[in-house]
Design a protein around this ligand. Structure first.
Ligand SMILES: Nc1ncnc2c1ncn2[C@@H]1O[C@H](COP(=O)(O)OP(=O)(O)O)[C@@H](O)[C@H]1O
Ligand SMILES: [Mg+2]
Length: 275
């Protein structure tokens, strides 16, 4: 069974791209066949995997407009063992161009249904808005939405708008749409505020906040400039360990058997990196 998750939050800078890339890399390391779909015109997921977005001529845009088959635009990252549907600069115009088209909100879902047989996980990184691209992500998210939430003041602001949007998409296009979970990101253990924010989000979304909390970690901020996910750049850093734990938590929740020994094999002991 193929799982399709969309990483959505209309706020920018909350960790959508970092979470999508880190989970894609750890799922692949844990034996899953994974494709990461870059649906953000800023193409950060594409860049963070070391691809110059200006050179991308075949990507998500060409798939959404129906000009290319989804399998024909996938780039293989042999080292990580995952596939990427890159965002090309043309994606910037997609929202406007698709507005008058029939079935415009179904484009990504149709494309991913075509890819599904070849993958265990399809992960969609979406832009910081609730426009047509994010609507495509929500309609395509067959297994649910994963919402990264930054541990900061006013974290809950915006989440009610997002949950209303999800409810509207559920009734109009996708009756099975669920929130798979909320991921608390950029947690600063030294600040009382961060713990209060986690408690507050947990009380608003009981049972739906993942137990694995992602700390603020310098290594996570550095990894993109090396074109690497945290699983390759600094697996034993706090951010690497946390995303590995989150990946295992999600796989376990999905009923996917984990290879044994699991986490320990990915980051040899004795080399914990505190940055
Ligand atoms: N846990 C973290 N610790 C430190 N920096 C982070 C962390 N998560 C993300 N970042 C950095 O914060 C910025 C915003 O994250 P990003 O994943 O791009 O957010 P979004 O996709 O929601 O806009 C990026 O520069 C990223 O490298
Ligand atoms: Mg992003």
């Amino acid at each position: 069974m193929t799982r399709i998750y969309a990483f959505v939050n209309q706020k920018g800078g909350v960790g959508k791209t970092t979470t999508a890339i880190s989970l894609a890399a750890y799922f692949a390391a844990l034996g899953q066949r994974v494709a990461l779909v870059d649906l953000d015109p800023q193409a950060n997921a594409t860049s963070c995997l070391g691809i110059d977005k200006r050179t991308v001529e075949r990507g998500t845009y060409e798939v959404l407009t129906g000009n290319l088959r989804p399998s024909s635009v996938l780039l293989q990252n042999e080292r990580l063992g995952l596939s990427l549907m890159p965002a090309s600069p043309n994606l910037t115009g997609a929202e406007l161009e698709l507005v008058g088209e029939i079935g415009r909100e179904m484009r990504l879902r149709q494309a991913l249904e075509e890819l599904a047989p070849a993958f265990d996980y399809l992960l969609i990184d979406s832009p910081p808005s609730l426009g047509l691209l994010t609507l495509n992500a929500l309609v395509a998210a067959a297994s649910g939405v994963i919402i990264p939430v930054q541990c900061e003041y006013l974290a809950l602001e915006g989440l009610s708008q997002l949950t209303q949007t999800i409810a509207r998409v559920r009734s109009a296009y996708h009756p099975g749409l669920i929130v798979r979970g909320l991921v608390m990101t950029m947690f600063d253990g030294r600040a009382n505020l961060a713990a209060q924010v986690v408690a507050e989000v947990r009380s608003h979304f009981p049972g739906r906040v993942f137990a694995s909390i992602i700390p603020r970690s310098v290594r996570l901020a550095e990894a993109p400039s090396h074109g690497l996910p945290i699983s390759s750049y600094a697996p034993s850093s706090p951010g690497g360990l946390a995303y590995c734990a989150l990946a295992e938590e999600i796989l376990r929740g999905d009923g996917v058997p984990l290879p044994a020994p699991s986490a320990a094999a990915l980051h040899p002991t004795g080399t914990v990196d505190h940055a």
